[in-house]
Design a protein around this ligand. Structure first.
Ligand code: CP
Ligand code: NVA
Length: 298
């Protein structure tokens, strides 16, 4: 039984297979319909807001012949304290698979362990694997082999998106720089476990200089709203804007997982100047997730 619980737990060969299959899914979309999920009902169980992940999974599962069931955990008994392992053992009797967005990483892991059906992490506080698969696919589509690229992540270096980038860099062997204030650096223990060529610094200009890709994520992730005022203060020097882009390679890509908060992690002009890349990146969520579904049921 395969699951996509994190980039950390994904084998390098599987990661590479999913990236290769993403290109095929994109190329063949709308042609000979693949019915990989025919007869299956997949649940999307979300405890946090979502636009891209929810809709791209609903579209992708249906394009592969499956049926989707969107469940907000607030409206389930989960929201009133029913344990994840009981929910998992019930839903596993009926469903073909589950796509889960929640807070604690242990919840998706426990669901996968008890449900007996393929389980996909659609974002937890720890990782956002589907996002990073789409990002890697986008980067390769635009720039070729990722091993030669230098990617600079700017902002909350301990966010789920940053952490998934760290595991991707360690597995695929490209240089990742993380520019973040000291209190927002990735945990040292995680960096030790990941290994790879990962440079963490508080010096944004140094991290941006010569980079092939500048990448950012929101300063205040879902679940951290109570820290918003402090985060705005602490992260104010870590915006992607024209002076930062100027330090990167000429023609460097600017990427953003979205949603974007203009004037915070990126300024409006930079976002619009790079909208072509950023919305291709968003589109690619669909193709990469269809590749994940193919890998998981294959
Ligand atoms: N990037 C991303 O996961 O977007 P949503 O929160 O809209 O799903
Ligand atoms: N780090 C962000 C990603 C949103 C797609 C969050 O968790 O809210």
């Amino acid at each position: 039984m395969k699951h996509l619980l994190s980039i950390e737990k994904l084998a390098r060969t599987d990661l590479e297979d999913i990236l290769a299959a993403s290109a095929v899914m994109k190329r063949e979309r709308g042609q000979a319909a693949s019915r990989l999920l025919a007869g299956q009902i997949w649940a999307l169980i979300f405890s946090k807001s979502s636009t891209r992940t929810r809709v791209s999974f609903e579209v992708g599962i249906r394009e592969l012949g499956g049926v989707t069931l969107f469940l907000s955990s607030r409206e389930m008994q989960l929201g009133r304290g029913e344990p994840v392992k009981d929910t998992a053992r019930v839903l596993g009797r009926w469903l073909g698979g589950a796509v889960i967005r929640t807070f604690d990483q242990t919840e998706v892991e426990e669901f996968a362990a008890y449900a007996g059906i393929p389980t996909i992490n659609a974002l937890t506080d720890a990782e956002h694997p589907c996002q990073i698969l789409a990002d890697l696919f986008t980067l390769q589509e635009k720039r070729g082999p990722i091993q030669n690229q230098v990617v600079t992540f700017v902002g909350d270096g301990a966010s789920n998106v940053a952490v998934s980038w760290i595991w991707a860099a360690a597995k695929l062997g490209f240089e990742l720089r993380v520019a973040a204030p000291r209190a927002y650096q990735p945990p040292a223990e995680l960096l030790r476990r990941a290994g790879g060529n990962i440079v963490c610094t508080e010096d944004l200009p140094a991290a941006a200089r010569g980079a092939d890709v500048l990448y950012t994520d929101v300063w205040t992730s879902m679940g951290k709203e109570a820290e918003e005022a402090r985060r705005l203060r602490d992260l104010s020097g870590y915006q992607i804007n024209a002076p930062v882009v100027k330090l990167a390679q000429p023609g460097a890509l600017v990427m953003h997982c979205l949603p974007a908060y203009r004037g915070k992690e990126i300024d409006a002009a930079t976002l619009e100047a790079h909208a072509g890349t950023i919305f291709d990146q968003a589109e690619n969520r669909l193709h990469a997730q269809k590749a994940v579904l193919k890998w998981i049921v294959g």
